[in-house]
Design a protein around this ligand. Structure first.
Ligand code: GLC
Ligand code: MG
Length: 247
């Protein structure tokens, strides 16, 4: 029986400090029968699995890859999730619209998928230029009558996803699928593409090594369901398990 759904980002959240990861793995192994584990990452499935092997990550129940644009539960696709992704998603039209936009170039083919269109900028935008840039992309989509989730990370990476995709969508979908309350879900992250799952209604933990864009997001929203950890990487997840009213 699941008492807690743990949805965690990989790079710079679960992964980054091998000692802290080892400590967390011991805790999670002892709780394994009560916890459903979801890895929720911007990486593709192949690259996420490679990281799992390299770092000795536990086997999760769910893989949410491509910034929450693909979801597998115990190795199987979930038809209801896949159906929802197709709604309002016009990848080719989006690509035609954005490929002309100044400074944007497509990420490598390995980072593209049917439900994820990813670009990068030639150089990092200064912090004050990030929000106006995202606004401009949203305005262009709006004017063209296109709907998509716009996710901007690390001041250079731009992901376009179906409206019903994203890391927050993954947390919500699995919470409902498992019949859990929002306070039985913990989401963990460090960067811009994690904000959709860190703003509640679930518990969230932001690692002490969070990126500037996530810290500015936190300064604007300060969700009362979010722990700003004093520990970094996997240590922050241990801190959340010890201090939040979870299990
Ligand atoms: C990962 C993905 C990349 C994406 C980024 C931000 O680095 O590989 O495609 O743009 O996360 O979400
Ligand atoms: Mg990360």
């Amino acid at each position: 029986m699941t008492d807690l759904l743990l949805v965690t980002d990989l790079d710079h959240t679960l992964v980054g400090d091998p000692l802290a990861l080892g400590e967390l793995n011991v805790k999670l192994k002892a709780l394994r029968h009560r916890v459903s584990l979801c890895y929720c990452t911007g990486r593709s499935l192949g690259s996420a699995r490679e990281l799992q092997r390299e770092q000795g990550l536990l086997d999760p129940d769910a893989w949410a890859t491509g910034v929450g644009s693909s979801l597998l539960w115990r190795g199987e696709a979930i038809p209801a999730w896949d159906r929802a992704l197709r709604q309002g998603w016009e990848r080719q039209r989006l690509q035609r619209l954005l490929s002309g936009m100044n400074g944007l170039r497509l990420q490598d083919a390995a980072e593209q998928s049917p439900y994820k269109l990813s670009y990068e900028l030639g150089e990092m935008l200064p912090p004050e230029a990030c929000a106006p840039f995202v606004e401009d992309v949203r305005r262009r989509l709006n004017e063209a009558g296109l709907t998509a989730r716009v996710v901007f990370s690390s001041a250079v990476q731009l992901d376009l996803l179906p409206p019903s995709a994203g890391k927050g969508a993954v947390a919500g979908f699995l919470q409902t699928m498992l019949g859990l309350r929002p306070d039985q879900v913990l989401c963990c992250g460090d960067s811009g593409n994690d904000s959709s799952m860190l703003g509640g209604p679930w518990w969230g933990v932001m690692v002490a090594n969070a990126r500037p864009e996530l810290i500015s997001w936190w300064e604007q929203h300060r969700p009362n369901t979010l722990l700003r950890a004093t520990r970094s990487y996997a240590g922050a997840i241990s801190e959340a398990l010890e201090t939040l009213p979870l299990l």
